[in-house]
Design a protein around this ligand. Structure first.
Ligand code: NAP
Length: 296
């Protein structure tokens, strides 16, 4: 591997643009492609060069990071026309950091392996703030030797890097994370709505509960939004809904039943249909409020 590792980015959305910036600041040689041209112009000042296709990014890189929306999108940038697979030399490493299906991830890795290209799945938690600050939590699936190759790049983007198992395991952990979030947000939303209906002082209650077993990051950081019924962006309802679809497909494959997650998908579908796909997911409280006769 050259002294200055060449890192390619495919996808410069909210997450990818911030992550590419941190990798460039970390001293790597970075080139990138984004479907819509003109995204993330600020990267030019950090020395990030643009390529004309995912294949061109792969040809110019030792490690290719893909960070796009959903499973079909990763498939498109890897295996579509001018995709990463067309440009990657044998020995290259693809690190998919999108949140997608674990089983599709295993399929993509097998197809890349047929061309001598290695793959890690490395989905992230920590939101756009974590991406900007370089403090993401990264769940990595794949071979330990491939993780060691990618580790310096991942360290430029995240604070906690955990090798959780073979290929696909990172996505499985991310699905677990999203399922736990569904229950936590719903529980806090129901508690806040019940407190409002009872005429209690919600801010006082949040403080009182903070020391007990009901404490959580969501209670501490998102109950205020549920109280004011205003949901500025942290993590989009639409993205969480996508992730619950992945988790439920995984549950079906494994024979697990997730009733709280099922309920969260119903409520999130309602929010999306009502024009709130880009609200923060604490907007689950909007659905509980509406059912309870409070302003929705
Ligand atoms: P985003 O801002 O909506 O950006 C999506 C990116 O994917 C854009 O660069 C988009 O290109 C590209 N893309 C989508 N479909 C594509 C396709 N078929 N072909 C080529 N490019 C395509 O999303 P984001 O917030 O960066 O999220 C990216 C991934 O990270 C998702 O899997 C998400 O679940 C995950 N994630 C997000 C967060 C968060 O807080 N936002 C946190 C953890 C994980 P265009 O510019 O052309 O649309």
């Amino acid at each position: 591997m050259p002294t200055m590792m060449r890192v390619g980015f495919v996808g410069l959305g909210t997450m990818g643009a911030a992550m590419a910036a941190n990798v460039a600041r970390g001293g790597f040689s970075v080139s990138a492609w984004n479907r819509t041209t003109g995204r993330a112009p600020e990267l030019a000042a950090l020395g990030v060069t643009r390529q004309l296709s995912p294949a061109a990014v792969a040809t110019a890189s030792d490690v290719v990071v893909t960070i796009v929306s959903d499973t079909p999108d990763v498939e498109a940038v890897l295996f579509g026309p001018d995709g990463v697979a067309e440009g990657a030399a044998p020995g290259a490493l693809v690190v998919d950091m999108s949140t997608i299906s674990p089983s599709a991830t295993r399929d993509f890795a097998a197809r890349l392996a047929g061309r001598g290209v290695a793959m890690l799945d490395a989905p992230v938690s920590g939101g756009s703030e974590g991406a900007q600050k370089g403090t993401l939590s990264i769940f990595v699936g794949g071979a330990a030797t491939d993780l060691e190759r990618a580790r310096p790049v991942l360290e430029a983007m995240g604070r906690t890097i955990t090798h959780v198992g073979p290929i696909g395991a990172g996505q499985a952990v991310k699905a677990v994370n999203q399922v736990i979030l569904a229950g936590t947000y719903l529980g806090v939303a129901e508690g806040i709505v019940l407190a409002l209906k009872a005429g209690l002082d919600v801010e006082q209650i949040v403080g009182a509960l903070a020391g007990g077993a009901a404490q959580s990051w969501v209670l501490a950081n998102r109950s205020g939004r549920m109280l004011s019924n205003d949901y500025p962006l942290g993590f989009k309802v639409a993205l969480h809904r996508k992730d619950l679809g992945i988790a439920l497909a995984m549950a079906r494959e494994l024979g697990a039943e997730l009733p709280v997650t099922e309920l969260a998908t119903i409520l999130e579908d309602e929010l999306i249909a009502a024009g709130h796909p880009d609200d923060d997911m604490s907007a689950l409280a909007r659905a509980i409020r509406a059912r309870s006769g409070l302003p929705g």
